[in-house]
Design a protein around this ligand. Structure first.
Ligand code: PLP
Length: 441
């Protein structure tokens, strides 16, 4: 590091931080300077237990040697190769490796750089797929309330977050939303809730309103993460699959959070036994080390494009950094690490322990709901009157001071630790959160 570069600079003005309360942060910065396995090191030298796998992405924990080494070697060997009309072996190897662990039928991989790009790519593929088949009237896209599909215009349009409409106004036209799946009768359910499969019938209502022949795709997170860990009721995803199939509508699962072992299977599609037509993923694909996302698609979709003269570009879409060699090297080393350590199924064996630990917070002050599945969980707090989000944000700040990293969205605390977490570390994470909830009350 050059001598004039300090690890924690004093002048914080220039950096406009994403999805951050900039003024609050800059008045009391929470700076991370190093990481290893389950821990971050804060600028003041404290060890912080990572209860969120970074941003739901460092599934194998931090600074894992295989991944670090693969990236270091790749930078010195082939730093970049044009993504268009040229190839490099790692991109093909990685696509095969992803298909190997993906649900049966997901046979093709299109690379992006993020989850947002994966979502917009999947939506574009859906529109172009119908056109390629002569079904150009299918332009309508259906999302769900409280869905988070990243920050591209496609993603915020099908996403169901009111702040996006407040901040950015009218989004894509021709988009509808199904109701979210968070029902009061399911509070404090352990695992998948019983009530609410019938919410999928709303899709039939939307189909009846617009006509199936106008609808291109339905996109949902099989388990909604970013808007507060909202579970699919038993039977709900199966119904969505049946209705979309019946009407020739493509079903897209946004697995940016659930992909790569979060629920105890490589993908949530396998966990729930429901296979969509496309899956979007990112985050855990490279263990968060290098930006990368992907869209997985069936052979039926891919083959629909492989028509016409061979020199013609079949899908008019791609990014300069689609499948760049360093991302591919990181992803292959990540998949190796997951395989060696059994991480893609480890959440299944820890699920009961995690569940009992997190539900142990039920009687703590202001807790109004707890939800869990695999190695993900949420603790919902009663909002302070007139100050939505304030209670959970204060807990987040105090938790960091107490040495644990959690995440909050509104008044919901979400946790999704790296899949290498030990039972003792689960106790420490939940125990510390419990103490913070008590002292903050
Ligand atoms: N889709 C889902 C379900 C997500 O949870 C996220 C990010 O949290 C995204 C898309 C966007 O991913 P990115 O931030 O990599 O663009």
């Amino acid at each position: 590091m050059p001598l004039d570069r300090k690890p924690a600079p004093n002048d914080l003005r220039a950096f406009w931080m994403p999805y951050t309360a900039n003024r609050q942060f800059k008045s009391a910065p929470r700076m991370l300077v190093a990481s290893k396995d389950m821990h971050y090191t804060a600028a003041d030298g404290r060890q912080i237990l990572d209860g969120t796998a970074g941003l739901w992405c460092c599934n194998a924990g931090h600074c894992r040697p295989r991944i670090t080494e693969a990236v270091q070697n790749q930078v010195g060997e082939l730093d970049y190769a044009p993504a268009f009309q040229m190839g490099h072996p790692l991109a093909f190897e990685l696509a095969n490796r992803i298909v190997d662990i993906a649900p049966d039928g997901m046979d093709h991989v299109f690379y992006t750089n993020s989850g947002s790009e994966a979502v917009d790519t999947a939506l574009k593929i859906a529109l172009a797929y119908h056109r390629a088949r002569g079904d150009a009237a299918r332009t309508r896209l259906i999302g769900r309330e409280r869905g988070y599909h990243g920050v591209g215009f496609g993603g915020i349009s099908v996403g169901g977050i009111v702040n996006n409409r407040r901040h950015f106004g009218t989004l894509l036209a021709g988009v509808d939303h199904m109701p979210h799946t968070h029902l009061p009768e399911n509070v404090f359910t352990k695992g998948q809730p019983e009530h609410g499969a019938n919410l999928a019938d709303e899709l039939e209502r939307i189909v009846a309103l617009h006509g199936a022949e106008t609808i291109a795709a339905v996109i949902v997170e099989p388990m909604a993460g970013s808007t507060g860990v909202l579970m699919p009721p038993k039977g709900y995803l199966e119904k969505l699959r049946a209705i979309t199939k019946k009407h020739g509508i493509l079903l897209i699962f946004d697995e940016v959070i659930t992909g790569f072992g979060r629920l105890g299977s490589p993908f949530a599609a396998q966990h729930f036994g429901v296979v969509p037509d496309m899956i979007t993923c990112a985050k855990g694909l490279t263990n968060g080390v290098i930006p990368m996302g992907a869209v997985l698609a069936t052979a039926e979709i891919y083959d629909a494009f492989m028509q016409g003269p061979e020199h013609i570009i079949e899908l008019f879409h791609g990014y300069t950094y689609s499948g760049n060699p360093i991302s591919c090297a990181a992803a292959i080393a990540t998949l190796d690490t997951y395989a060696e350590e059994g991480l893609l199924t480890r959440a299944a064996s820890l699920e009961t322990y995690w569940q009992e630990a997190i539900h142990g917070l039920r009687d703590h002050p202001n807790v109004i709901d707890i939800r869990n599945m695999g190695l993900i969980g949420a603790v919902e707090l009663a909002p302070i009157e007139g100050q939505p989000g304030k209670r959970a944000f204060d807990i987040f700040v105090r938790a960091f001071e107490a040495g644990i990293l959690i995440r909050v969205t509104g008044d919901i605390i979400a946790m999704s630790p790296p899949l290498i977490i030990s039972e003792a570390q689960i106790d420490h994470l939940i125990g510390t959160l419990g103490e913070v909830l008590k002292t903050a009350a």
